[in-house]
Design a protein around this ligand. Sequence first.
Ligand code: ADP
Length: 499
Amino acid sequence: MATASAPKIFRNYINGEWVEARGGKVIEDRNPANTDELVGMFPASGAEDVERAVEAAKAAYNKWRLTPAPKRAEILFHAAEILVARKEDYSRDMTREMGKVLAETRGDVQEAIDMTYLMAGEGRRQFGHTTPSELPDKFAMAVRSPIGVAGLITPWNFPMAIPSWKAMPALICGNTVVLKPAEDTPLSTYNLTQVLAEAGLPPGVLNVVFGYGPDAGAPMLNNPDVGLVSFTGSTEVGRIVSQACAPTFKKCHLEMGGKNIIIVMDDANLDLAIEGAVWGGFGTSGQRCTAASRVAVQKGVYRQFVEKFVARVKALKVGDGLDPATHMGPCINEQQLQTVIKYVDIGSAEGAKLSAGGHRLETGVHARGWFHEPTVFTDCDPEMRVCQEEIFGPVVSVIPFDSFDDAISIANGVKYGLSAAIYTRNVNQAFRAQRDLETGIVYVNAPTIGAETHLPFGGTKNTGNGHREAGLAALDFYSEWKTVYVDYSDKLQRAQIDN
Ligand code: ADP
């Protein structure tokens, strides 16, 4: 019998209906700040469910493709308005299922709102181009066309923003979608799906299959009816996704790890740099692909920086993200917490100086969650593993350096290339840095996090595979160029042939 505290049971969304997964298995969505709290039960779907979703998306594609883009846009616009109205509820849901503080989950929902409005606007743009033909009485243009069924696989750290970063451009370009959200944060994707359904998205245009990656994500990758795949997550899984997409030549977008840096020059506004390093390093408990997990400080201000930074970090209050006094929430799950603990051991063994934190928090208000102290290593060597490998937790490694050139080579000396920041008042240094940093995103006098939805987002090297999301760049991934020549000369004209 259902009771007031009985968990809510959720279903997949296929062909406009909420349906049970075939296998009947479930995933428990639990609050990482208090694992006694069951947020909901979601289906653990399998290949058969994915197949149904792809079939529905394939069947809906032709009608959706032929729906005028401004009409598609009206639905997105309406969805954005619903999101605005429900922002607070959805933010609270998100904090409950993934732990980050309410200010940040509000930001996550806001990103979804921004992206939805932005892509609604693209319904009346999606500009192509025209150009003169080299032949008389001939017209030449390039237009964007949709690709087909888009398979989207998303992570837990931005559980509404990232699905919207992928789904909105996919939809406005005329693709239909099968979305497999992260197993740790299904409720936020459920909420987004609910909004799009209410806004009037026709059946089959968006389908959502909940479940674990290898069971509910992998079957999309070799399905011949899926035309493109967009994935955000770890570099390890990104490699699997890339390889699985290759045999059927799927267009594949990968957004993976980072080892982002904040460079603090001697002439920087030090207090501003410290605020930036705290926010960049410990926002979302360091669980952002753009988190500032390295801070390199020039030797003239190094000691001063470390003293103030460590004091600020020690003062951070760790707890339930719904408590307005909390600065930093828990890790997403036990496995992520164990990774953090492992890297604290690795850093200590490598000889990095543990200057703040370093321990799990597991008593009192922290007893039922995956909490870890905000942790700072200082006097680090850039080659240490804690300065090279993505930890995805509240651990920042501080590295001293001598010259600007040293800072750039430390920044670039990692296998990732997502985001980098420099704090300086010297305009020459700022411009050299934005030119020479090998990352997809560079900030000057701001931390490594804080992407805006109308600019391209993505990284180089092991972070990405050359595509970008957000902004106009997203349209380049979710559409294909079609070049159209119209010859109105009424005779055979041969390009490139000497007449
Ligand atoms: P994170 O470390 O952020 O959890 P993952 O790469 O493990 O990143 O997961 C990101 C997304 O990829 C999740 O939705 C997850 O379920 C999915 N995923 C994991 N393994 C696979 C796989 N083998 N095939 C397809 N998707 C996967």
